[in-house]
Design a protein around this ligand. Structure first.
Ligand code: KIV
Ligand code: ZN
Length: 500
């Protein structure tokens, strides 16, 4: 069975999602998780694009063992040198150079004729080969490029030493039959193509990124580029979990395997969502909250009789716990630790103490504590952001005919700071009070709330995006009290910014 190389670009194309921004520590955390997930290649960033990106690619290269660590570069010396300088720390490294080859991009963006584009591509790949054995080349907007020109570019860059040729559907324009045909035609028309691996990189503008990637695999692609939760530029990239599970569930059609540890899928999805601040839509395939829920009576009846009636895979296959109700207020520390272990969390003693305290407080308010509740509180406790401001307590007044107001007390190191404010609503009043304490002016860009489980006593999880000065960041907080969850999310975001 041929192994398909999974090239994860969550930290590069994924981070280009509108609204996503990860701290360096956050990127490192995601990279560790991608290594656990079994990604073969991690594209850690675009080093020349900013000093922050350079540092995070370097951090990942220095620390993450297992996968090949890759950095993106244009066909320019300064880009290639920046990638060289931060990737030199990686045990296994790759550079990914790209240059547009479609008529539209060459005419309007590059303003360069075909011959010049071929020369730049060849020079870029040759220069990259001075520092890297492993060089990937992408003819950007390949799916809209003239076929004959595309074949020529590919042949030339392979002659110059490219070891992987990535075919991007940059604007998500392709249709599966057509895209599969493109890969087949490259195999048939580029004389030296067997000297390189063919890769594909599909965007989801028409909702076809996964279908196009699978069509490419069937037609000879040996690598797929994808992201966790399908995040990425505009409508996103092909989703890693959907590609991996399609290949696995439909073994009868795909004689391929991947090295992905499927049981790490749901954890990876939660982590990426938490750290980027991009929620996963409930009906998202594989990792959405409803992906394994059966609402209709007929379906429930069928699943109870035999799960295969309506389930093509089991939630446990992708790392969701099989059990439902787990713990209550009488559960002890030992049971708590064991349950967390089963959910894939291994906590240090101090972290376990804090998480157990949170669990007890939650169990006091909520009779039944579910695995999802446990995951939410543990992930919050494990957040790598040191807490500059910590919520001590708050009080809000709100009603139909009164102006909402809030009084908030925060702890900063050993000091207790307090402020009172009015607002448009109780959350706004709390945020304004926090702004007074922290001496900042936060602008709320995005706010969403979801219940972690069902029931009136469910934990509410708030995800926000805020802007303070020129910095934008996300925050998340969970509580059975949605005002408290909102405050925690705001503090989580502010703690990231004041740390920057
Ligand atoms: O979508 C695209 O074309 C890209 C390239 C840099 C591969 O992201
Ligand atoms: Zn892309």
């Amino acid at each position: 069975m041929e192994k398909i190389i999974i090239f994860d670009t969550t930290l590069r194309d994924g981070e280009q999602s509108p609204g996503a921004s990860l701290t360096k520590q956050g990127k490192l955390e995601v990279a560790y998780q991608l290594a656990k997930l079994g990604a073969d290649v991690i594209e850690a960033g675009f080093p020349i694009s900013s000093p922050g990106d350079f540092d995070s690619v370097k951090l990942v290269a220095q620390n993450v063992k297992g996968p090949v660590i890759c950095g993106l570069a244009r066909c320019m010396k300064k880009d290639i040198e920046a990638a060289r300088d931060c990737l030199k720390y990686a045990k296994k490294r790759r550079i990914h150079v790209f240059l547009a080859t479609s008529k539209i991009h060459m005419k309007y963006k590059l303003k360069k004729p075909e011959e010049e584009v071929i020369r730049l591509a060849v020079e870029g790949v040759s220069y990259a080969r001075r520092f890297f054995d492993n060089v990937e080349f992408s003819p950007e907007d390949a799916s809209r490029s003239e076929r004959e020109f595309l074949y020529r570019v590919i042949e030339e860059v392979i002659l110059s030493g490219a070891t992987t040729i990535n075919i991007p559907d940059t604007v998500g324009y392709a249709i599966p039959d057509e895209f599969g045909g493109l890969i087949r035609s490259i195999k048939d028309n580029v004389p030296n193509i067997n000297k390189a691996v063919i890769s594909v990189h599909c965007h989801n503008d028409l909702g076809l990124a996964v279908a196009n990637s699978l069509a490419a695999v069937k037609n000879g692609a040996g690598q797929v580029e994808c992201t966790v939760n399908g995040i990425g530029e505009r409508a996103g990239n092909a989703s890693l979990e959907e590609i991996v599970m399609a290949i696995s569930v439909r073994k009868d059609l795909f004689d391929f395997s991947t090295g992905i540890n499927k049981k790490e899928i749901s954890k990876s999805s939660r982590l990426v969502s938490k750290l980027t601040g991009i929620p996963v839509q409930p009906n998202k395939a594989i990792v959405g909250q409803n992906a394994f829920s059966h609402e209709s009576g007929i379906h429930q009846d069928g699943v109870l009789k035999k799960s295969i009636t309506y389930e093509i895979m089991r939630p446990q296959d992708v790392g969701f716990s099989g059990s439902n109700l787990v713990m209550g207020k009488h559960s002890g520390r030992h049971a708590f630790r064991e349950r967390l272990k089963a959910l894939g969390f291994s906590l240090k003693e101090a972290e376990l103490d804090k998480a157990f305290e949170r669990f007890k407080a939650l169990a006091d308010k909520k009779k039944e504590v579910f695995d999802e509740d446990l995951a939410a509180i543990v992930e919050e406790e494990l957040a790598l952001i040191p807490e500059m401001y910590h919520l001590e307590d708050f009080r809000v007044t709100s009603g139909t005919n009164i102006k909402p107001s809030a009084s908030v007390r925060l702890k900063k190191e050993k000091r207790i700071l307090e402020a009172v404010s009015e607002g448009d609503g109780p959350v706004d009043a709390c945020y304004k009070a926090i702004d007074k304490i922290a001496g900042i002016k936060g602008r709320l860009i995005d706010y969403s709330i979801r219940s972690v489980t069902s029931g009136k006593d469910a934990l509410g999880e708030v995800s926000i995006r805020i802007e303070v000065g020129k910095s934008q960041t996300s925050g998340r907080g969970a509580s059975t009290d949605i005002i408290e969850a909102s405050i925690k999310a705001y503090l989580n975001a502010i703690n990231k910014i004041v740390k920057l």
